[in-house]
Every structure is written in C-alpha cells, then in structure tokens.
Design a protein around this ligand. Structure first.
Ligand code: GLU
Length: 512
C-alpha cells in the first residue's frame, strides 16, 4: 500500500520557538515536499500549566517568515482537525479505556504524598532512578493491586485517578530509526507512564500517538530528545493494534555549543551575542526580550539555507540552496547521526552571500530605509550606486547605511588614530593640488578619471601616491577603511569632493 507522505511538526506553545524547533519544522517541510506529501502542524497544548499566550501566533509568524507554512494547521485546517490537542480533549479517553480493556493500561489512585513516599523508599534502598514500573506498581494503589469492587467504588465516588500504561517486565523493544538505525531498549528500563491525567487531559504520549494515527502521519521527524520516548510509542502502537500504519521515525541530531561541548543553550547565545530564536520574543510574564534572527538582520532565505545545513548536507560541496533546491536535494539518509556545532559565523556568511545576490534596487531600498529613519533622502540612482559598492562589505542590510553613510553625510571629525599616523606634509600637498585640479575640471568626475587626476596631483607634488592613499581616504570619509575610493569619488561628485578636501585641509593638524 502506497500511502501519501504526511508529516507533522508538533510544537507545544510554551514560549518562543527555539532554533532547533525551527530546524525540525524545516526538515519536515522539506521531506513532505520532496515526497509530494503534506506538512501538518499540530499544537500540543495538553499541559495547560505550561501554556503561554502568544506562543502559537509566534510559531505561525516564524514559519510564515521562512516561507514554510504548513498545509494543514489550526489556522488552515484540513480533514483531520481540530489541530489543537486541547480541542481534541473529548476523544482521548476512549482510547485510554480501550487500552484498559485490553489489559495494557490500569487505573492508579496514588496521592502525590504516596508517590513521594515510594520514591523516598526506593532512594533509601539505593535504587538509582526510582520509578513507577512493573516492579513498584505491585506495591501501589491501582487497579492491578486493589480488588475490582474497590476500584469500581473509588471511580464511582469521583476519587481522582490517572490511567497508566502497563509496561511488560521483560521484553526487548526494537525500532528502526531512519537516522540512528536500530534502537533497542529493554522494557525493564521503561516506566509506567501516565496516559490520562487526573484533570481528564491526556499526556503528551497518549495524545501524540492517537493524533499521529488519526492524522495518518507516515513519518515522525523530531528532535533527538524524544528518542527515549520512542520505545513507549512503539508499544502503544502495538497495543492499539496500529502496527501496520505505525509511522517511521527519524530523530534529528542535537544542536551543540559553538565549541561542540554539550547542548546549545540560551547562555551560549547570550555569551556569544547571537540570537536563538527566529523572531524576537517578549516573555509575557517577565517582560524579558529575546533576540530574533529576523530583527538581527538575517534574511529569511539565508537563515533557511543555514538551518538546512545544521545536521544535513547534500553530499557534495554545494552550499547555496534556494528553498526549492533544498526540497529537491533533501533526504533523511543524509542527516548526520552526531550533534551539529552551532556556528554563528556560518549564519553570517550565508547572509552575506544572499545579500550580494540582491539587485541594486533591492539593496538601495535597505539603504534608504536606514536613511529615512534619520530623516534623510537621496535620489534613487545615488542610493543604488552606494548600495552596489557597499554590498561586498555588508553582512546585514542595515550595514549598507551604517557603513555607507559617509557618502551622504560629510565627516565632521576624523579618526584620530589614523590622522596621527597618516596625516602629514605630503598628504596636504597632494590634496591641495588635487583640489586645484578639480576646481579646473569641466563636467562630471568618473572613477577612472579620478584615479588619473589623483595620480597627476601626486606627480606634481612629487609624492608617491601609495604613501598617502589612506590619508586621502581619511580626508574624504573621516575613516581609515572602506570601499574603492575612486568609486566613492564618483558618487560624491566634484563639488562635494572639493568641499570635503577644503574642510579636511582646514581641520586636520599635522602631529609630531
Ligand atoms: N510536543 C512535542 C514537542 O514539543 C512534540 C514531540 C514530537 O514531535 O513527537 O516537541
């Protein structure tokens, strides 16, 4: 039977979507599109205590920004709705009862105090990780230990209860993961996880399996942190009798700290000053703002390209891929097993590459955006020229204005360090001659001619041009480095150059 590929991204709305979550969404998207399938989004909000207002909207906005919106979601439902687990609440109990009837689940009435006492008892007996399992359940208050009439009476009286899965004592659970290969776990290491909570809500495990089944999910692609839950999920599929349509699993490698030592954390991001979230996020309770890649000036297609390579590669040396090309090249087989180091410099590199590929008009729009914020305006033609010569030096769109504004605003002061090192009799001589030449010049000044005239000035002043080039740059721009100076001359034009040279000659002093 050939089923339509259906994958899902299943975030819990507990805050901003971490970069690892965005990568999971992207890989799901790529896999779905590559296989002509569907990409679903399901909101897993069964844990009401962790619900954060605004988080769902954030997830939607982040995926929209990256142009990887789901085919089916709470805001774009298909035939398998609702797409929020809280709205599916009524359907889970029947599934839990089904497992109860089949003997794969049981009621448990233990109070929090009794559970705590059990843990203390086991800790005292040097049990390393005390849990409710095939051994300990025999000493607890549940429908396996209590007489049937007492269980019925407790249920009838409305006593709080949970439903737990009954994990077999000795069984090897195997699953084939598309990234990790065969995974084998002995059931004695698993605990009897709660499936239904006392508030009538299912836990993640039950809801996730039931929903994946009802939504006809064929592949579960998710973070490695869910690998330990996978054996339980396999058992649940078996107990429900859904083995035939059990999805295939692919657990994605962890994102590691920049030095490769351990999992990438918020602290690393703060320490190295890079964002961890696609969009900035203000915590509704603390008011704290976390930085976003978008607001940091990362272009969505560059960020997406960067993300795709965090754990996957095409198997050759190509690095630049549009979304369509990623779809074409993507395969789960090329996802690595080991964790991926997070390198913000690579993200910047991608941004530079994408920025350089933009048209001068697009770049000019970024530039004028920065100018307008300062109430300045220049003709579009000039903006395009500035953008064109600045693009090789920019990492972010905002750099175009930040680094290129000297072409619009004349310097009022000069880099003192450069001035002390470079401003001397020779530079004064050459610039004075050059100014005279410009004053005589008829017509516009173009870059190649500017070079010739400057050479001519140096010759007249009997100075080697190479020795005073940085001083010339300083005089015209106020700073010691920047794009090709002759291009800058052309953009500034004759009159502006004369003005700037005059100001520099009047202002800069020769030191020492
Ligand atoms: N709700 C889980 C999460 O927050 C989903 C895990 C899964 O994909 O099964 O990541």
């Amino acid at each position: 039977m050939n089923r339509e590929v259906r994958v899902r991204f299943a975030p819990s709305p507990t805050g901003a979507l971490h970069i690892g979550g965005v990568r999971t969404a992207l890989y799901n998207y790529l896999f779905a599109k590559k296989n002509g399938g569907k990409f679903l989004l399901r909101i897993e909000d069964t844990d009401q205590t962790r619900f954060v207002p605004g988080a769902e909207k954030y997830i939607k906005d982040a995926l929209e920004w990256l142009n990887i919106s789901p085919d089916e979601s709470p805001w774009n439902p298909g035939d398998c709705g609702p797409y929020r687990q809280s709205e599916r609440k009524a359907m889970y109990m029947d599934y839990a009862l089904d497992l109860l009837e089949k003997g794969h689940a049981y009621y448990a009435f233990d109070t929090p105090e009794e559970l705590e006492a059990m843990r203390e008892r086991l800790t005292a007996a040097r049990v390393v990780s005390p849990q409710y399992n095939s051994i300990t359940r025999t000493q607890m208050k549940n429908s396996l230990t209590l007489p049937a009439d007492e269980v019925a009476a407790r249920l009838a009286s409305g006593e709080p209860y949970v439903i737990r899965v009954k994990i077999p004592r000795k069984e090897e659970v195997r699953l084939q993961d598309k990234v990790r290969g065969w995974v084998m776990v002995h059931s004695s290491t698993l605990d009897d996880k709660v499936l239904m909570k006392s508030d009538g809500m299912p836990t993640y495990h039950l809801a996730n399996i039931v929903d994946d089944h009802l939504m006809n999910i064929t592949h579960v692609i998710r973070g490695e942190e869910w690998l330990p839950s996978a054996p339980l999920h396999v058992l649940l599929y078996r107990y429900f009798g859904w083995e035939d349509t059990m999805p295939e699993f692919a657990h994605l490698p962890l994102l590691l700290k920049p030095d490769g030592n351990g999992k990438l954390s918020k602290r690393d991001a703060e320490k190295h000053g890079f964002p961890l979230f696609p969009l900035s996020w203000q915590d509704p309770v603390s008011g704290q703002i976390a930085d976003g890649f978008k607001e940091g000036g990362y272009l969505p297609d560059a960020f997406l390209n960067f993300l795709a390579f965090l754990g996957w590669n095409p198997g050759d040396h190509r690095e630049l891929f549009t979304l369509d090309e990623l779809v074409e090249a993507f395969s789960i087989e090329r996802i690595g097993k080991s964790g991926t180091k997070f390198d913000i410099n690579k993200a910047k590199w991608y941004n530079e590459q994408y920025l350089r590929r933009k048209s001068d008009a697009e770049l000019a729009a970024y530039l004028t955006e920065g100018m307008e914020a300062e109430g300045l305006q220049i003709p579009m033609e000039k903006a395009e020229k500035i953008a064109a010569i600045m693009k090789e030096r920019a990492t972010f769109p905002a750099d175009l204005w930040k680094e290129g504004q000297f072409m619009v605003i004349a310097p009022e002061s000069f880099d003192q360090e450069i001035a002390a090192k470079r401003w001397n009799e020779d530079s004064v001589k050459v610039l004075s001659v050059f100014k005279d030449i410009l004053e005589e010049l008829e017509g516009e000044l173009l870059a190649p001619q500017a070079k010739e005239l400057l050479n001519q000035a140096a010759e007249t002043a009997e100075v080697k041009l190479g020795k005073i080039m940085q001083a010339v740059r300083l005089a015209i721009t106020g700073i010691g480095a920047g794009p090709d100076l002759m291009e800058v001359f052309e953009i500034l034009g004759k009159q502006e150059l004369i003005k700037r040279i005059t100001f520099a000659l009047n202002t800069l002093e020769i030191k020492g």
